[in-house]
Design a protein around this ligand. Structure first.
Ligand code: KIV
Length: 274
């Protein structure tokens, strides 16, 4: 197993760079971001891919699912991130209802994301059922990232967020969908919340990079929702989530100190006024 880190000096991560990373055995690190300030911090760390996920619907807008977010809202988040990023590959999610069942609408949505947000690529959820949309977007020269396994935009079809593709039949369909997306020309696929063994099988079977979120370690890279891994959102605790910080507690601590300082006339002091 390679633990190479040889792509840190790349000045701009492209779809070709992440393919090279898979070829050379370097893992791909991806996180979500939805605004300028966080995207700027992430880009300075040398993160490979920034996903402007439709999880913005949950973490930024407080909706219970990813369904309500609109194309205009995704363009707003995408353009904020793009303005901050120099190095990372920026992928923007096509939101629910803007690509399923109508490949012309899918192409128009993807074009708006590329033109108005300035994204490097788009991400779509699903396999065979959306392949016409994927083909049409790719035919315009727009890079597409697939998303299989738990696909949150289909939550009302499945009814739960439990682990996907645990049956042989579902696992076979997922592998078939992954092959279809690769054949169509997708540059990478996200696999969400599936058995680790299946994550490894798909990764070995496909030439393109496979990025997991709850898909085990035998994939080509990992993605997490930034607000979850930083401990800003505390109510969401799936098994696959590693929290790297408890930012919620730190922010509350800082704000409580500020409130105290204001109320006790400690802030502002002599040096903090004109
Ligand atoms: O919207 C999102 O944040 C995503 C990740 C969970 C992969 O699609």
């Amino acid at each position: 197993m390679s633990t190479a880190i040889s792509f840190r000096n790349v000045t701009k991560v492209t779809t070709h760079v992440i393919q090279e990373m898979k070829n050379k055995g370097e893992k791909i690190a991806m996180l979500t971001a939805y605004d300028y300030s966080f995207a700027r911090i992430l880009d300075l760390t040398g993160i490979d891919v920034i996903l402007v996920g439709d999880s913005a619907s949950n973490v930024m807008a407080g909706h219970a699912s990813t369904l309500p977010i609109t194309l205009n809202e995704m363009i707003y988040h995408g353009s904020s991130v793009v303005r901050a990023v120099k190095r990372a590959l920026v992928v923007v999610d096509l939101p629910f209802g803007t690509y399923q069942g109508n490949s012309k609408e899918a192409l128009n949505s993807a074009i708006r994301i590329m033109k108005e947000a300035g994204a490097d690529a788009v991400k779509l959820e699903g396999g065979k059922e959306i392949i016409e949309s994927v083909d049409r977007i790719l035919s315009a020269g727009i890079p597409v990232m697939g998303h299989l396994g738990l696909t949150p935009q289909s939550i009302h079809k499945f009814g739960t967020y439990v682990v996907r593709a645990t049956s042989e039949e579902e696992a076979a369909k997922l592998l078939e969908d992954a092959h279809l997306l690769e054949k169509a020309g997708c540059f990478a696929i996200v696999l969400e919340k599936i058995p680790a063994k299946l994550g490894g099988i798909v990764t070995k079977a496909l030439r393109i990079p496979i990025i997991g979120i709850g898909a085990g370690k035998d994939v080509d890279g990992q993605v997490l929702v930034l607000h979850d891994m930083l401990g800003i959102t505390m109510e969401f605790s799936p098994r696959f989530l590693r929290r790297y910080h408890n930012l919620s507690e730190e922010i509350r601590g800082a704000v409580n100190t500020y409130i105290h300082d204001v109320k006790t006339l400690d802030f502002p002091n002599e040096k903090e006024q004109y």
